[in-house]
Design a protein around this ligand. Structure first.
Ligand code: CU
Length: 339
């Protein structure tokens, strides 16, 4: 009720302010102020303030860039990430060049061409040449950026991954955690069906499917360095998003469908810790789609191992067969048979 009253008061205040502004405008029109000559002194000080603002602004830009550079991501830990970083850097350079040229020109001109009683302004109603230049150049530059961006994205998502026998890992999101499922020795993920979902079987894996016997469920994502990996991404409830910032990787998890992302991790956790001189550094998988009240808690630790570490870790994990999830499983065939 109080919120509702607050809303009404706010709306009334906005309406009142708008009416007052309108009345002031009308009274101004009724009694036009005598054309008052602004003093040269005022013009000078406004012009100088523009120049001062330009310097202060530039110092602020350089300071914040330097001060917060540490929050930038470290080098990409995946093969395709290098391409993404290149794309990003090209964009940064372009944006910075345009930014500096336009901002310096803006405030410099405000200072250089401040009002001067001894100078007449020139009246230029239109200039076709100028308009053509400032339409065509941005069109070419922006068009180039779009083509470059699309090419990079296509390279990343559409190359032929079937040849290199990528390791298959399912990433399953639900409010509010992630589960990883490794395809096991046969590198085939067993079939999963939502009717099978229960507390023992959070992904609804069909344990009657022979391919699911050797699948492994984990709450921590271990990747083998330089091993091509294909994520199969699913969601149980709402749209989530698999986001691995250090690998420059993001793909939505959409209920009712499987999305994919192929990539190759190139830097182990130990190597990255050395690079960053930070013994506590860990890669992380975050949900990057606001998916509910506890969205911010939805993440999973990611570890990139070398071959030995990976085999050691994997040997400690239990397969679905060993965990005996079968007790409550409904296979798709059975469901169809019941009908
Ligand atoms: Cu989420």
């Amino acid at each position: 009720m109080i919120t509702f009253l607050g809303l009404i008061v706010t709306i009334l205040v906005i309406v009142a302010v708008a009416r007052i502004i309108r009345i002031l405008e009308l009274t101004n029109q009724l009694s036009p102020a005598p054309a008052e000559e602004i003093s040269q002194k005022d013009n000078n000080s406004q012009g100088n303030l523009s120049l001062f603002f330009l310097f202060a602004f530039m110092i602020f830009i350089f300071y914040t860039t330097w001060r917060y550079a540490k929050f930038m991501l470290p080098v990409s830990a995946s093969k395709h990430g290098v391409e993404i970083d290149q794309l990003m850097n090209v964009n940064y350079v372009l944006i910075f060049v345009v930014f500096f040229v336009t901002q310096i020109a803006l405030f410099y001109c405000a200072w250089r061409y401040k009002h001067n009683t001894n100078r007449r302004g020139e009246y230029i109603p239109e200039n076709h040449k100028l308009e053509v230049i400032w339409t065509i150049i941005p069109t070419i530059v922006l068009g180039g950026m779009i083509v470059y961006g699309l090419t990079v994205w296509n390279n990343i998502t559409q190359s032929d991954h079937s040849k290199d026998n990528a390791q298959k890992i399912e990433l399953y999101g639900k409010q509010f955690n992630w589960t990883a499922r490794y395809a096991g020795k046969d590198n085939i993920l067993g079939h999963a069906y939502f009717m099978n979902i229960n507390s023992n079987n959070p992904l609804g894996v069909d344990s009657l499917d022979p391919h699911s016997k050797d699948d492994v469920l984990t709450n921590e994502l271990h990747l083998k360095v330089n091993q091509p990996t294909n994520f199969y991404i699913r969601s149980q409830d709402v749209i989530h998003s698999v986001y691995l910032p250090h690998f420059r990787l993001q793909m939505n998890a959409v209920p009712g469908m499987t999305t994919q992302f192929y990539f190759v991790p190139t830097i182990t956790t130990a190597e990255m810790r050395k690079k960053l001189k930070n013994d506590k550094f860990d890669y992380i998988l975050l949900c990057n789609k606001i998916c509910g009240a506890a969205h911010y808690t939805m993440h999973m630790k990611v570890v990139v191992d070398d071959d030995v570490q990976y085999s050691e870790w994997m040997s400690k994990q239990k397969t679905i067969g060993e965990n005996n999830v079968a007790s409550t499983t409904t296979s798709v065939e059975n469901v169809v048979a019941v009908k």
